[in-house]
Write a protein that binds this ligand. Structure first.
Ligand SMILES: [Zn+2]
Length: 113
């Protein structure tokens, strides 16, 4: 399962960072997700609850922050942020776009004690 693999890698990062910091308990984890990262937050939290059981990250709450979708237009060279609902160049209306940012998914910060 897609989410399970992603969640396992998040947990690995969190546990190793927590260990380095000498944390007793991880309370929250902030994640950045691109508009096209195909990650379902509720599923990731579910997987996390399962995988983190018995570790210092048990009961940690995941916070997801959406990253903007940045594209470059192959037609006119315009570059900027667009809405996922409206995929078109904001300068010329063209749809031949190259995605510069939008598939990211990574751990931004960890709140531990
Ligand atoms: Zn354009």
């Amino acid at each position: 399962m897609h989410e399970m693999a992603i969640t396992q890698s998040i947990l690995d990062i969190v546990l190793s960072a927590g260990k380095d910091a000498g944390a007793q308990h991880v309370r929250a984890i902030r994640l950045k997700t691109g508009a096209y990262s195909d990650v379902v937050p509720s599923l990731v939290q579910e997987c996390f609850d399962l995988l983190a059981r018995g570790s210092i990250a048990e009961h940690a709450v995941l916070h997801f922050e959406a990253l903007p979708l940045i594209v470059r237009c192959r037609g006119c060279g315009w570059q900027g942020e667009i809405e996922k609902r409206h995929i078109a160049c904001k300068a010329c209306g063209g749809q031949d776009l190259e995605m510069l940012s939008g598939r990211e998914f990574y751990v931004d910060s960890i709140e531990a004690e």
